[in-house]
Design a protein around this ligand. Structure first.
Ligand code: ZN
Length: 503
């Protein structure tokens, strides 16, 4: 291999990462501060950017570079970089440029329609754009190809190699494992308010969440916290990971848990190896692993008693009405198990069921059984059957998630993969840290640096060098056969809620 060939290839890789970074910034802007009237212009610009990226990715010269390099002895890291470049390119060349542009443009305008529809609780505003999105996604799946069913093509875009057939057993095992706990817990809750109802000052909540991020080890010189309709993280570029949250004046816990969740994504992004950040391997390996990071901080830290024992005095000082609560009452409030309508507000026990609803519906969409017009009814029926609750409105039903508006079909299952992985990772960290008592001591003392350091070396710094299942297997010291072991997650739920509800 000539140095020249590698230089050319890494120049291309770098350029593609820069384009991704620009797209990330546009997306962040759109969901946080962009004025509403800018939407059509932004949609067009986003389409152009996606076309340029697609053009670069599919250029024959780039293909030749990749082919040539794959014939050479590259060493593990460089080979992984080239193989990932090849994977992205292979997908891109299968897609017609017009389809790529149309999908990017539509994602941008459809998202504005979704916001309007959700605010007005009127699905008809969103329906035509959603149907167009679903049509484009169906075409995309046919171009990309799939193993057993069209849904597999969508899944593979978010979780490398995932198929519906492989994920179904994960959903089944988790549902079977948590159902006895759920049945025992439901009905124990009389529905009375646990935490003071406020009103909580929105700017005080934001200031507190920002301070919390900094204290947890988030570099606020490399990130920021803003408000958005749907909390998200944008890894804009090296040393730039921005998180958002949303606030309610009657309940501060949603903003806090969303902040911790998004922080987990942001820390993963910021923790990538510096010498890899402009390569294909210096990035999140899959959405499932990304979600394992967010779920770990949100649930295993933010929903633990030890965390609240340490954090409560600071929270109560910043959020005045909370002073009437106690660490124990906050702990009970953040772990309250209820049949609820909104996924992002759901407790850990019912959360997998919220994801199961979406998995079932997305499979139906992908296999052509459900059209956009069918979705409100299908959603309500599914919630009633799986969660035992029927949404009174589409805003609290089918319109609650941003994903489909931006073309993210096949993304939802990664939420459950992430929850399942996070439990296995937390078990491994606990053993390494000397046991649960020592971990609780750390949390009570506000010491999160050891946990972050462990995640840095076992997950963040591995980037995309290995396959997701292998990274989790290496970090947890378990053998990997490529399947997803739901055991640690199910045991975690069973034992935590047995204690909490005195079952
Ligand atoms: Zn997330």
């Amino acid at each position: 291999m000539t140095t020249d060939t590698w230089e050319k290839f890494s120049g291309r890789m770098r350029e593609l990462r820069h384009l991704e970074s620009i797209a990330g910034l546009l997306g962040w802007d759109e969901q946080t501060v962009m004025p509403p009237k800018a939407a059509p212009g932004r949609a067009a610009a986003t389409g152009t950017l996606a076309s340029i990226e697609h053009e670069r990715l599919t250029s024959p010269e780039y293909g030749d570079l990749i082919e040539g390099l794959l014939q050479q002895d590259l060493g593990t890291e460089r080979r992984a970089m080239v193989e990932l470049a090849q994977r992205a390119r292979d997908k891109a060349v299968k897609l017609p440029p017009e389809l790529v542009r149309e999908m990017a443009e539509l994602a941008s305008s459809s998202q504005s329609a979704w916001v309007q529809a959700r605010t007005a609780d009127d699905f008809s505003i969103f329906e035509p754009l959603l149907q167009r999105t679903l049509d484009l996604k169906a075409r995309q799946a046919e171009h990309l190809g799939y193993k057993n069913e069209p849904y597999d093509a969508h899944l593979d875009l978010f979780e490398r190699g995932a198929t519906a057939e492989q994920l179904q057993p994960m959903f089944d095992a988790v549902t079977a494992g948590i159902t006895p706990t759920l049945d025992a817990v439901l009905g124990r809750d009389d529905g009375t308010r646990i935490l003071p109802g406020g009103p909580y000052d929105a700017s005080a909540i934001m200031a507190y969440c920002s301070d919390l991020l900094a204290r947890m080890g988030y570099d606020m010189q490399a990130g920021r916290l803003d408000l958005s309709a749907h909390p998200f993280t944008s890894g804009v570029g090296p040393q730039d990971a921005r998180v958002t949250t949303r606030v309610r004046s009657d309940d501060p816990k949603e903003a806090i848990l969303a902040t911790l969740h998004e922080m987990g994504h942001g820390l993963y992004h910021l923790g990538q190896r510096e010498d890899w950040v402009e390569t294909t391997i210096g990035a999140s390996v899959s959405l499932g692993v990304d979600e394992s990071q967010s779920r770990l901080w949100e649930n295993h830290v933010g929903r633990s008693l030890a965390f609240w024992e340490g954090e409560f005095p600071k929270a109560a000082a910043a959020l005045k009405p909370l002073a009437a609560a106690t660490p124990q009452s906050v702990f009970r409030a953040v772990n309250r198990v209820r049949r609820s309508l909104i996924r992002v507000e759901a407790d850990e026990v019912t959360y997998p069921l919220h994801v199961a609803v979406r998995f079932e519906i997305e499979r139906g969409i992908s296999n052509g059984q459900l059209k956009a017009a069918d979705l409100p009814a299908a959603w309500n029926e599914s919630y009633e059957r799986i969660l035992g609750i029927r949404p009174p409105s589409d805003a609290d039903g089918v319109l609650q998630d941003v994903h489909w508006s931006i073309g993210y079909l096949g993304y939802f299952p990664t939420y459950l993969i992430g929850s399942v992985y996070s439990a296995a990772l937390f078990d491994a960290y606990t053993v390494q840290a000397g046991g649960p008592d020592l971990v609780r001591d750390q949390f009570r003392a506000g010491e999160f640096a050891p946990l972050l350091a462990w995640l840095r070396s076992n997950i963040h710094q591995v980037g995309s060098l290995k396959l997701p299942a292998q990274i989790i297997a290496d970090a947890t010291g378990r053998a990997s056969d490529g399947s997803i072991d739901t055991g640690p997650f199910v045991s975690y739920i069973q034992s935590k809620y047995r204690d909490l509800y005195d079952l």
